[in-house]
Design a protein around this ligand. Structure first.
Ligand SMILES: CC(C)(COP(=O)(O)OP(=O)(O)OC[C@H]1O[C@@H](n2cnc3c(N)ncnc32)[C@H](O)[C@@H]1OP(=O)(O)O)[C@@H](O)C(=O)NCCC(=O)NCCS
Length: 147
């Protein structure tokens, strides 16, 4: 697989938003992405000819948080998710983070499998955290020590 990992820039937003909207039922808005870019979160894209996926990480006080991880459906199952997640975790380490956390929909078994395969452990559950087609859905909280 030939791929490029690079920092996201504002000009990437049309492609990133397209991927986000085609991958998620409840996608982030443009404003949320702009906010992450402006406040200095680690915003990355992975591409193979075109942008295949994106990941966003915030770091503060030795902790990091994976805020978004997304691969366009056409590119899923080809290792892009694992590659970009692995990359942002190495970025977290270089920024001094000793641990990382994320939330995932309880029904998202593919993402859960990826996180468990990458050494994350389930450490909690937030009830009714996400909007859903009917009512709301719980989030599983996962954590991983980086050192
Ligand atoms: C979750 C997501 C990022 C995974 O990205 P991906 O590029 O498809 O995943 P990869 O090809 O790197 O696979 C990594 C691991 O994920 C799991 N996985 C991937 N596709 C899977 C499938 N169809 N069924 C079961 N497990 C799967 C496996 O553990 C796989 O490891 P393996 O190849 O060694 O078995 C991607 O499916 C996605 O963007 N989904 C929509 C948005 C989303 O749910 N994001 C996560 C929010 S918390």
């Amino acid at each position: 697989m030939t791929f490029i990992l690079r920092k996201m820039v504002m000009e990437d937003l049309p492609s990133v938003l397209k991927n986000e909207r085609e991958a998620y039922k409840f996608p982030w808005s443009e404003g949320i992405f702009k906010g992450c870019l402006c406040k200095g979160d680690e915003c990355w894209v992975i591409s193979e000819k075109k942008i295949a996926g994106h990941a966003i990480l915030s770091c503060a006080a030795k902790e990091s948080h994976v805020l978004n991880l997304c691969v366009h459906p056409d590119f899923q199952g080809r290792g892009f998710g694992r590659k970009i997640l692995d990359h942002i975790l190495s970025v977290a380490l270089t920024k001094g983070a000793e641990s990382t956390f994320l939330e995932v929909r309880a029904s998202n078994s593919i993402a859960v499998k990826l996180y468990e395969a990458m050494g994350f452990n389930e450490i909690g559950r937030r009830e009714n955290y996400y909007p859903a087609s009917i009512n709301r859905e719980d989030a599983l909280v996962f954590g991983k020590e980086l050192l």
